[in-house]
Design a protein around this ligand. Sequence first.
Ligand SMILES: Nc1ccccc1-c1cnco1
Length: 225
Amino acid sequence: MRVDIVTIFPAFFDVLDVSLIGKARDRGILDMHVHDLRAWTHDRHRTVDDTPYGGGAGMVMKPEPWGEALDTLLSDDAVLLVPSPAGEQFSQAMARELAEETHLVFACGRYEGIDQRVVDHYAERGRVRLVSLGDYVLNGGEVAAMAVVEAVSRLIPGVVGNPDSLVEESHEEGLLEYPSYTKPAVWRGHEVPPVLLSGNHGAIAAWRREQSLERTRTNRPDLLA
Ligand SMILES: Nc1ccccc1-c1cnco1
């Protein structure tokens, strides 16, 4: 998979060079490129924003730099992902869909957003998906893009060392994950649930399933609706 990220804060994504994503890049499993939107400006001040038509506070990102950047980066197979509070709610299901793609291009907006004509223009030419992390306000699309990149990348074969660890994850089967424990068996008076020390794998599996259901009922009843 190729991933292109366009942002006015390219350094924000330096963290992608470490951890699993970095290893996947080094192994050629992920072909990831971060681009500074200002590379597609031509004025002395490298202007990317301007005042909104119709008035109002804040600034809007100009369409021209985005047009030049996306004309350069988009391929026929690409999905253009635009983090936005107006987007569809990102989910594990969406992550699984995106992990099947060959090319993702992220347009990270700042300020009050990107001129709407950019989304409209590219929606006429290919696949565009606005994606929201949730109902809260961020200062820009970079945090959301990072979350999507991580959730999608880890589903790509070879990125995560042990594929079995992808199965028993929260949301992977529509439920929250059961609680996990490791040594020591007693810590500050807190004991590990005895069933986990029993060696009875059937009882352990049943206990974990019940814990997942109980956690989901308590913390995310919406997942059971
Ligand atoms: N608030 C934002 C501002 C700009 C780009 C994305 C967002 C966002 C994404 N998910 C929630 O908010």
